[in-house]
Design a protein around this ligand. Sequence first.
Ligand code: GUN
Length: 300
Amino acid sequence: MSASPKETLPRAPGGAILLDGKAVAARVRAQVAERAAEFAARHGRAPGLAVVQVGEDPASSVYVRNKRKSSVEAGIVSFAHDLPASTPEPEILALVHALNHDERVDGILIQLPLPKGVNADRVMDAVDPAKDVDGFHPLNTGLLAQKRPRLRPCTPYGVIKLAEAYGLALTGLRATVVGASNIVGRPMALELLLARSTVTVCHTGTRDLRAEVERAEVLVAAVGKAGFIPGEWVRPGAAVFDVGINRTASGKLVGDVGFERAAERAAWITPVPGGLGPMTIAMLLSNTVDAASLRAGRRE
Ligand code: GUN
């Protein structure tokens, strides 16, 4: 790593600098609140975010509650739509169409996973790309792939913002993403490419995961399995971004990377909780104000 860690920053017991997502997210949210207030003063209404939950997946319910509460705190109007798990797909699609045409709504978030039997791709594709604050619509993914990002997936965008906040320059670094989901792994690879890292993506087809991780100067873990990547695999001096939020049998929240050993080897590491979780919500709010401004700009 070329960046030299500042001595004054808080460190994990192992020595790595803690990338404090909670603190950086609070700063992003304060900026969002200022921009939301400016938008409201100019347009006579606050930006609006609709959060749709279908069914009652307990983890989703926690995330959705946090998203709604954080929006209101940032001066964004929250539109809550909670549908039973048995809701037929055409009814979900009808709600999406209504939200697409509702002028008070600037952002639409459909919490995933959707219940079995609902075609999630069809539902996500129905969201107006201009209101796609998750950045999951193929148009927004395609724009990111073509290095002209518009609305960017929140967790990968949060990784980039967190790195920026600590002056961690990603250009030229060998970055490895573990996990190739549409929500995190794939858009993360596109974000790192945009930041001019040299990018590797690992997935269930990867032959020698350990060798790939050991090479990584920047490691992003997005697997969703507690301690899936042993800390011993982390390259000395690496920056580790752990997207996993897993609950252990004893009820503790842990990431995908074995934290204690990783923190002895890494130069920078995100805690779980308090790393990418708060950053994801902050970037959602930021995207909502971006969407509101983009939409207003189109009308002017
Ligand atoms: N489920 C898990 N993460 C996410 C996310 O970032 N957005 C949505 N919509 N659903 C999720």
